[in-house]
Design a protein around this ligand. Structure first.
Ligand code: HEM
Length: 492
């Protein structure tokens, strides 16, 4: 090939290249002119490497990612996560739809599917929404005030019995102690006296296997054949057998107990069908998963904050003194209702440390949100939609000095959680799927702490606890060592 020929073929390539670029540009222009242009105003995107970048950002810790992105991108933004788009809605101004939308628009079923092998077949996220709604009605009925009053009596007995085993003085890991007390109380109130009195060790071991079978990897691959999942499945089966026997013997004896198990046995669907044994077991497991870690973590944070804040410790003690002077040592539902200072101390611990740090939905229809700055974004169907109690509960435009433990922020007159409207405080979620166990949780934690405050002087001897971000239900890292001395509450 001579130089002229070579230059000629180079020129041909150049011409073909130019033609190609011109064609693409023309095609883009034509499509922009004649094709209906998407009018969607999509939220800003988190900068991340393609494909795995979003996953890497998320795995560093979702709250770390939110802390980095919120100041840059604002209250609505999208993260590409594997082949999914997760759109975050942060703060009450943009999260109302998240909490209020009907299941047909924003559903829980797909995003919480990973619970199915743990809860078992035929319940909660394994059934369609109409059945799930009925099953949540069973929860609502089982947690009505008249039932809660009876549960409180069990809670009080359990707390008294448990702490009677502490010495005159000593040192304990508060986290371990409260976890155990809460398992015992949950057994009594939820699973019933058969389990509490005779089968406690067996059932606790099985629940432990169920719990250990719910790992971060289980969220993406709930059926991965790994030993933890195999033990989970065996435990689920054994629990099912145990509860089948208890249910059969209660039915045979015609006995009616005051516990969640009995409520679920007696529950009926709208068409008159009673719950099956397998459904009762599944609903009980769901109740324990919803309530156990969440409550024990909150009890521990409540204690850690009170023990480090003499000002609040003294107001909460004053409240106990006033109540003891009025009611004596008796504790029941109505007495607990008077513990408003203690309530605010628990609520503030929960604001700072909500154990469920991320709530998710799957979007089935497009929707629009408007930020407080006035920007409007269209969230397309197919996105996973998320909000974060751990992040949103510390927004500085909602809470004054949000990092500070200040239970009085909820006191009448300040009401910081109400100033910006609903969904400013989302430790218990809210709206359509708000926690059904919130009153139960407060009663349980108040019972425990009123007993401790009335009977012990305590001091935190380990450093203030850190957060265990790696847990599925985010709680306290390591031990929380407390030195205690038994004493009667000095009355004025
Ligand atoms: C401090 C303790 C607790 C915390 C922080 C807590 C938190 C939450 C949150 C954030 C949700 C909403 C989930 C979502 O929107 O995706 C929720 C739902 C739920 N919780 Fe709790 N929970 C607690 C205790 C309990 C207890 C003790 C029970 C039962 C005895 C319970 C039963 C439920 C149920 C059944 C739902 C589902 C409601 C629905 O989807 O309609 N929770 N909880």
């Amino acid at each position: 090939m001579d130089a002229v020929e070579s230059a000629g073929s180079g020129g041909k390539f150049l011409n073909v290249g130019l033609l190609l670029v011109a064609t693409i540009v023309a095609a883009k222009l034509i499509s922009a002119l004649i094709m209906p242009r998407s009018k969607k105003r999509l939220p800003p995107r988190v900068a991340a490497w393609p494909v795995l970048g979003g996953l890497v950002r998320f795995m560093k810790g979702p709250v770390v990612m939110l802390k980095e992105e919120y100041p840059k991108l604002g209250s609505v933004f999208t993260l590409n996560f594997l082949n999914k788009n997760i759109t975050f809605l942060i703060g009450p101004e943009v999260s109302a739809h998240f909490f209020k939308a009907p299941e047909s628009d924003l559903s829980q079923q797909e995003v919480y599917q990973f619970n199915v092998p743990t809860f078992g077949p035929g319940v909660v996220f394994d059934v369609d929404y109409t059945v799930r709604q009925e099953q949540f009605r069973f929860f609502t009925e089982a947690l009505r005030v008249n039932k809660l009053k009876a549960y409180v009596d069990h809670m009080v007995v359990e707390a008294e019995e448990y702490f009677s085993k502490w010495g005159e003085s000593g040192e304990v890991d508060l986290k371990y102690e409260l976890e155990h007390l809460i398992i015992l109380t949950a057994s009594r109130c939820l699973l019933g006296e058969e389990v509490r009195n005779k089968l406690f060790d067996d059932v606790s071991a099985l629940f432990h296997d169920l719990d250990s079978g719910m790992l971060p990897i289980s969220v993406i691959f709930p059926y991965l054949p790994i030993p933890a999942h195999r033990r989970r499945d065996q435990a689920r089966k054994k629990l099912s057998d145990i509860f089948a026997k208890i249910i059969a013997s209660r039915k045979e004896a015609g006995t009616k107990a005051n516990d969640l198990l009995q409520c679920f046995i007696d529950s009926k669907y709208k068409d008159g069908r009673p719950t099956s044994e397998s459904e009762v077991t599944g609903l009980l497991i769901a109740a324990l998963f919803a309530g156990q870690h969440t409550s024990s973590i909150t009890s521990t944070w409540t204690g850690a904050y009170l023990l480090c804040n003499p000002k609040y410790m003294s107001t909460v003690l004053e409240e106990q003194k006033t109540i003891v002077q009025k009611h004596g040592n008796e504790v029941h539902y109505d007495v607990l209702a008077e513990m408003e200072v203690l309530y605010r101390c628990i609520k503030e611990a929960l604001r700072l440390h909500p154990p469920l740090i991320m709530l998710l939905r799957s979007s089935h229809s497009d929707f629009t949100v408007k930020t407080k700055e006035g920007a409007e974004y269209d969230i397309p169907k197919g996105h996973i939609v998320a909000t974060s109690p751990a992040f949103a509960n510390r927004l500085p435009h909602i809470y004054k000095d949000p990092e500070t433990y200040d239970p009085d922020r909820f006191a009448p007159g300040r009401d910081e959680d109400k100033a910006a409207g609903a969904f400013s405080y989302i430790a218990f979620g809210g709206g359509r799927h708000g926690c059904l166990g919130e009153p139960f949780a407060y009663l349980q934690i108040k019972t425990i702490w009123s007993h401790l405050l009335r009977n012990f002087e305590m001091e935190l001897v380990s450093p203030f606890p850190e957060i265990d971000w790696n847990a599925m239900v985010v709680g306290v890292k390591g031990k929380v060592m407390v030195r205690y001395k038994r004493r009667a509450l000095p009355l004025n």
